[in-house]
Design a protein around this ligand. Structure first.
Ligand code: NAX
Ligand code: ADP
Ligand code: K
Length: 490
């Protein structure tokens, strides 16, 4: 995993860059560099005498694959080239001619090849237009069944490079590693993408890649959160956070958010719980304070988190209204989002807010806010997050596989950390509390959101089982500690 932010280029941006580079360098130079880069990686994966099978498609992804085969063959590696259909792009045709001129043969059926240690998917890349079918689909199935190291070139075949969904819902290649050329594509991090791509390896091909409005979050996005605290400080320096939620039966959600906020460094945390029988103390976190009597004034706190376990009563609606009217930073999660989705005046208040506001919907909550079915969010998570940012005026953290953080300017980030161990009840409450903790410590709101999402995901890195939300908050605090130690040593 890369620790610095990576630029994501979309199809238009890539085409423009490729066009410029092709004018500057010659039309085949990037393809040759891509092939060489793949061949160099493959050489590192094989032992003396082991074979490689390369699947090449009809377009430039196929051209990259043929170039890789050529480079391996030049070095004496036993490599077989399979093309289920004829070359269609000029560049791919040219590479095929070179392959034949070098004495190479081409088979159409991968089942006719010898067992290989590495198999390469160079069937389709960013030019995929329709679901994979026919002989190409057979090649995809063959690829997935191999007991070999599996490398996809640029994008796993069948995956929509922008959205991370299978094109036409037909599953495509599942690789151990994907080598992205020039820039990474958003789809490698979203929905089906991480399972399909495996490890993402970027090769910029000696091109200086321009910035874009979308990137993969790296540590450089939150250097202040990672900095050691100044010694000249006191608990007031780190802010007072209010957590509002926890109605009867859902008190735990508010506890998780509050405990996470304490662990992630809020100077103090006060819980305003809606449940009837709220304990006088949290025996696990006795540091936690409880609001008693009338509802606290948001303005008396540095920041508020509202929503975890809040419920959707009239009392809750009125409390969300008061929070929206406050001029302090606010994190809005869970039921507070559902209340806003169902209530136009609350939406107006949200849009009118001037203080920093972070909303943290999962796909279901985002769908309600955007008034569409959940599939209308899943189909393009980046687009949905951007739309929601425009609609709400808030910083949007759209949770899920590849959490997307978007601003109303269109600037957006895809988070690379995390795994399905986060898919456990209360993990979103922990995240809301973490963002609240960073806002209370007066970090920039965008940095707070990006840092919390990255750390929350990283905390379960390598975990395969045995993780509850309570563990996530402990491990997130440990992750921040490691990051601070490292940044102090830099
Ligand atoms: N042009 C350049 O300068 C560079 C291109 N690169 C490679 O070029 C790729 C993009 O190349 P292309 O735009 O040619 O796209 P692809 O190679 O992904 O595929 C396009 C070709 O496949 C056909 N096709 C698409 N979907 C199909 C389907 N489901 N069934 C059958 N045929 C289908 C199209 O009609 C077209 O002929 C990138 O992913 C990358 O691998 C890299 O070499 C980097 C430099
Ligand atoms: N498969 C997954 N891969 C990565 N992150 C996930 C996955 N499933 C859930 N998450 C993350 O876990 C958290 C779940 O939050 P949420 O849906 O609000 O759950 P809850 O309400 O139970 O706390 C979010 O941060 C989400 O991004
Ligand atoms: K591919």
């Amino acid at each position: 995993m890369s620790l610095t932010s990576l630029t994501i280029l979309n199809d238009d941006e890539l085409k423009l860059l490729e066009h410029r580079m092709s004018n500057l360098l010659g039309d085949d130079v990037l393809m040759r560099r891509a092939g060489e880069a793949a061949a160099a990686w493959i050489r590192g994966e094989i032992n003396e005498g082991e074979r490689v099978t390369v699947l090449a498609g009809p377009g430039n992804n196929g051209g990259d694959a043929v170039c890789a085969a050529l480079a391996l063959r030049r070095e004496g590696v036993a490599v077989e080239l399979v093309m289920p259909g004829p070359a269609k792009s000029d560049l791919c045709r040219r590479m095929v001619e070179e392959w034949r001129a070098a004495g190479g043969t081409i088979s159409e059926d991968p089942y006719m090849t010898e067992p290989a240690a590495v198999v390469v998917d160079g069937l389709f890349g960013t030019g995929q237009e329709k679901p994979v079918s026919g002989a190409y689909l057979d090649a995809v199935l063959w690829f997935n069944e191999r007991r070999a190291k599996k490398l996809s070139l640029d994008v796993p075949t069948g995956l929509n490079p922008a959205t991370g969904n299978w094109i036409g819902t037909i599953p495509g290649c599942r690789a151990d590693a994907t080598m992205a050329f020039l820039a990474v594509k958003a789809g490698l991090y979203l929905n089906e993408g991480p399972d399909a791509a495996g490890e993402v390896i970027l090769r910029e091909l000696d091109v200086s890649v321009p910035l874009s409005s979308l990137s993969v979050t790296g540590l450089d996005e939150f250097r202040y959160v990672r900095q050691e605290r100044a010694r000249f400080s006191h608990k007031g320096t780190f802010g007072k956070l209010l957590v509002t939620g926890g109605d009867t039966g859902r008190l735990g959600a508010a506890f998780l958010a509050s405990r996470a906020a304490l662990r992630l460094g809020a100077g103090s945390v006060t819980l305003e719980a809606f449940a009837e029988n709220v304990p006088a103390v949290d025996p696990i976190s006795p540091e936690l304070m409880f609001a008693t009597g009338a509802h606290p004034v948001d303005g008396d706190f540095t920041a508020t988190v509202i929503g975890p376990g809040l419920g959707q009563t009239e009392r809750a609606r009125a409390r969300v209204e008061a929070a929206l009217k406050s001029e302090k930073p606010l994190v809005i999660d869970a039921d507070a989002l559902n209340l806003i989705a169902a209530n136009m005046p609350l939406q107006d208040l949200l849009l009118a807010r001037r203080a920093a506001t972070v909303i943290t919907p999962h796909e279901g909550e985002a769908a309600r806010l955007l008034r569409r079915p959940v599939e209308g969010v899943t189909v393009d998570r980046v687009a949905a997050a951007r739309e929601l940012a425009v609609q709400s005026g808030a910083i949007v953290v759209l949770k899920g596989t590849g959490t997307v953080t978007a601003l109303r300017s269109g600037r957006a980030w895809v988070n690379p950390t995390g795994n399905a161990m986060l898919a456990t009840a209360g993990s979103g409450d922990v995240l809301a509390g973490m963002i609240g903790a960073f806002l209370a410590q007066k970090f920039d709101a965008v940095e707070s959101a990006l840092a919390a999402v990255w750390i929350h995901g990283q905390s379960v890195d390598g975990c395969l089982a045995n993780v509850t939300a309570s563990d996530i908050l402990e491990m997130s605090a440990e992750t921040l500690e490691v990051l601070r130690a490292r940044s102090a040593a830099e």
